[in-house]
Design a protein around this ligand. Structure first.
Ligand SMILES: Nc1ncnc2c1ncn2[C@@H]1O[C@H](COP(=O)(O)OP(=O)(O)O)[C@@H](O)[C@H]1O
Ligand SMILES: [Mg+2]
Length: 366
């Protein structure tokens, strides 16, 4: 049974239509990430689940029970907010214990739960401190600890890592994911950060303008995006989009770029695309599917193209090279030493097995 089931959910703030018809089922124990640009309705959706916002229409069920009219504290939910919302005048111990005391939990049980959560989050040496004596990462752990001791049915996180610096954020991602594995609870995690979504989620729900654009496992969405929006949202650097035409070539199909270059499509993809022959398409190529062409024979479906590099950006492990392809600035993710300086002319290999073709009118992936 779904732990959380949302049907036909709409939320208006006055005339502002923030959530525009969400249907979503989340199985017990799943780690779901709601991801999307700022303003797409992530927090609103999470807050309606928690009961912190009224809904305009639709139903929310938790464990088979409609909770539309249930107060937040009766929904068996624990939530971690972006701003931590700790009590500044209480020590860490008391901050974590607060919810348990409010529920009249026996003292001994509180002690055990607080200590266990503190050990799990490696803050057991900080229990006597006040929030002002903690770093951002430590504050975040306290906020998570306070949610974890609640032993709730559903855990909700609203961008809990966005106030942390990059390195700590990396670390905490791993820790929250590990926490999920240990607790085996249903968790819903909101972020605008596609890397966070990819690395943490069992399932990503990608929101756009108050609607679900696509939902699925991280690699599902990454490898089989349904729309240009999804294709461009996931992945860094982003997928390259190049206007082109789908044309016949010998017995098969090819993509013709605005500069006349013909890039053959592998035969096994022909069927899928043949009814779009002679139409305008957008060619979508991920940077990692472009490599420096080796001198030996190319793999089937890989085509060669000569370009002049105009920007070189090493990251250490890989090097991003920018060049014009069909008149459009295109980025390739190459090996560290594949290119060294701008103006170099190199032969690149495009893996046409992995490209997507997009209908420019509907922006749907063909
Ligand atoms: N209390 C509110 N009153 C009016 N509009 C709001 C309120 N809260 C959010 N909104 C609007 O609803 C939309 C979705 O907001 P929100 O759910 O906070 O987005 P996200 O969390 O994805 O950044 C935004 O356009 C925002 O400006
Ligand atoms: Mg938000």
């Amino acid at each position: 049974m779904a732990d959380l089931k949302i049907t036909g959910l709409h939320k208006y703030y006055g005339s502002m239509h923030a959530v525009r018809g969400i249907d979503l089922e989340i199985p017990a124990g799943e780690f779901t990430v709601l991801v999307g640009q700022s303003g797409c309705g992530k927090s609103t959706l999470l807050r309606t689940i928690a009961g912190l916002e009224d809904i305009s229409s639709g139903t929310i069920e938790i464990a088979g029970e409609v909770v539309n009219d249930l107060a937040p504290r009766d929904r068996d939910i624990a939530m971690v907010f972006q701003n931590y919302a700790l009590y500044p005048y209480m020590r860490v111990y008391d901050n974590i214990a607060f919810g348990l005391r409010a529920r009249k939990t026996p003292k001994q049980e509180i002690e055990e739960k607080v200590q266990r959560a503190a050990r799990m989050l490696a803050i057991d040496h900080l229990l006597d401190r006040y929030p002002r004596q903690l770093s951002g990462g430590q504050l975040q752990r306290v906020a998570i600890g306070r949610a974890v001791v609640r032993n709730a049915r559903l855990y909700l996180f609203d961008e809990p890592l966005s106030n942390l610096d990059a390195q700590l954020r990396d670390e905490m991602r791993g820790e929250i994911k590990r926490l999920h594995q240990e607790l085996d609870k249903t968790m819903i995690y909101v972020t605008h950060d596609q890397i966070e979504a990819m690395t943490m989620a069992d399932r990503i729900v990608l929101l756009r303008d108050g609607r679900i654009e696509q939902a699925g496992s991280p690699l599902d969405l990454y490898e089989r995006p349904a729309t240009k929006y999804v294709a461009g949202f996931l992945g860094s650097p982003s997928m390259n989009f190049i206007p082109a035409q789908l044309v016949s070539q010998d017995n098969g199909l090819a993509v013709r770029l605005s500069d006349g270059a013909l890039l053959s499509l592998p035969a096994d993809r022909g069927n899928r695309f043949s009814r779009h022959r002679d139409r305008e398409v957008t060619l979508g190529v991920r940077p990692e599917h472009i490599s420096r062409a080796a001198d030996d024979a190319l793999r089937p479906g890989v085509v060669c193209h000569e370009v002049t590099i105009d920007l070189v950006q090493p990251t250490g492990s890989r090097t991003y090279a920018t060049f014009l392809l069909g008149g459009v600035e295109t980025v390739a993710e190459l090996k560290a030493h594949d290119v060294s300086a701008p103006n170099e002319t190199v032969k690149l290999a495009l893996d046409m097995n992995r490209v997507v073709l997009i209908d420019p009118a509907s922006e749907e992936v063909l």
